[in-house]
Design a protein around this ligand. Structure first.
Ligand code: AMP
Ligand code: GLY
Length: 423
């Protein structure tokens, strides 16, 4: 079987490594992939958002199955375009990907179907938004409606910050058209949990839970990033909470999408906050999370391609999806300065025996040597029976890997360990 994976980050590298375990897979193409993914797949220089070229490549290469991993091509309709040419895909069609593509859509969906989430108001006019802020509780949360590279959420701790956020989104167009409409919502508190779930629109199978670390600095300080590390499972996500989420959030969301005529097939990502009033949805993503995937897929014992095909074929209820009773930790090694300005082109040294534990997010290959080519460069993963063991394994590998100006958080998993000790 010839497989095509659209995307080129650490998440895609983790997906590709897992897909390779299937004996029927004869070739994997990554569009565009990256210098590190080259070790595991053939990289093709086509941007993940160039739907026309992606479809042409898939048809010409006679691709048997396609996985569309990032949000933009999904929202742009990559799966619809591939399906139209008869190519089976993993990932939602555009009408279902809107669950991530528009926050106004997802908030209205949750309100309509009584799915627990933060209270909110939607604004398309700057003056009404500014007027509303005068009476809104502080802190308050301002969200751009559309995709914004994970940066469209601002937690305002003062009225002035909130007003600035509204003006920058709606007047200065900091996120382009994504800020034409905004959501202003209630600030929630509590531990955060990421739950990725396979769904074929009928059955929903949550994967092992995880915890992201979004801020750049230790102890959750510094700027928001795409994610500096993850652990799985998330100790806050007990069996009792998982049952509540299944009944009040996961199944109602799948049903709601069906009722709207927007059946979701693929990986639905639930960003949850465990508030004093129960679990609530902070956000939906229409895809695997990054770097959640880098800790979830190493724990998957079932064959990923088989599960993905069951999602596509609508036979997920008959498919076995098993996870190892182990823990995983992923530490992201980034370029100093990320998420702001950083340098590229630094030589990366990875001992050969560690390559299996490394997912490459941003690197170029030249004459067999890897060089940094992004803010987030590598995700380094440890797996062990205990969380402490997984964290120690990840960090001991990180210490053996080097590139100039490398930086990483030293506390990935520390909060989770503390929570485990308190249980
Ligand atoms: P997002 O880009 O949607 O993942 O949001 C980024 C982060 O902002 C989340 O991971 C939360 O930590 C935080 N956040 C988003 N919405 C809220 C909210 N209503 N209350 C508190 N924190 C929030
Ligand atoms: N790690 C969060 C995301 O993938 O959006």
């Amino acid at each position: 079987m010839k497989i095509m994976v659209v995307g080129g980050g650490g998440r895609e590298h983790a997906i590709i490594k897992k897909l390779k375990e299937n004996k029927d897979v004869t070739a994997i193409y990554a569009l565009p992939g990256n210098g590190g993914i080259k070790m595991d797949a053939e990289c093709v220089d086509i941007a993940a958002t160039d739907i026309e070229k992606i479809v042409r490549f898939a048809v010409n290469t006679k691709i048997d199955y396609a996985v569309v991993a990032p949000d933009d091509p999904l929202v742009l309709g990559a799966v619809d375009a591939l399906n139209a040419k008869g190519i089976a895909c993993f990932g939602p069609t555009a009408d279902a990907a809107i669950i991530e593509g528009s926050k106004v859509f997802s908030k209205n969906l949750m309100k309509k179907y009584s799915i627990p989430t933060a209270k909110y108001e939607v604004f398309s006019d700057v003056n009404s938004a500014l007027e509303y802020l005068k009476t809104a509780p502080i802190p308050t949360v301002i969200k751009a409606d559309g995709l914004a590279l994970g940066k469209g959420v601002i937690i305002a701790n003062t009225l002035k910050e909130a007003e600035e956020a509204v003006r920058s989104m709606m007047l200065d167009k900091a996120f382009g058209k994504s800020g034409d409409n905004i959501v202003i919502e209630e600030f929630l508190t509590g531990p955060e949990v990421s739950v990725l779930a396979f769904t074929d629109g009928k059955t929903v199978v949550p994967m092992v839970s995880s915890m992201d670390h979004k801020r750049a600095g230790d102890n959750d300080t510094g700027l928001n990033t795409g994610g500096m590390g993850t652990i799985a499972p998330n100790p806050y996500y007990t069996k009792e909470i998982a049952d509540i989420c299944m009944d009040t959030i996961f199944i109602p969301t799948i049903n709601a999408m069906n009722k709207e005529g927007r059946t979701f097939k693929g990986c639905l990502y639930f960003g949850l906050m465990l508030t004093p009033n129960g679990p609530k949805v902070i956000e939906y993503n229409c895809r695997f999370g990054d770097p959640e995937t880098q800790v979830v897929l190493p724990l998957l014992e079932s064959d990923l391609l088989t599960v993905m095909q069951a999602v596509t074929n609508g036979t997920l209820s008959e498919c076995e999806v098993e996870f190892a009773d182990k823990n995983a930790c992923c530490v992201v090694m980034a370029s100093d300065g990320y998420p702001k300005k950083y340098e590229k082109g630094k030589k990366i040294d990875i001992p050969l025996d560690l390559l299996d534990s490394v997912y490459v997010a941003g690197a170029k290959e030249q004459d067999g040597q890897l060089f940094t080519n992004g803010g987030r460069v590598l995700g380094v993963v440890g797996v062990c029976d205990t969380l402490k063991g997984a964290i120690d394994a990840a960090y001991s590998k990180v210490e053996k890997i080097s590139f100039e100006n490398a930086f990483y958080r030293s506390d990935i998993g520390a909060k989770a360990l503390k929570a485990l000790e308190e249980q």
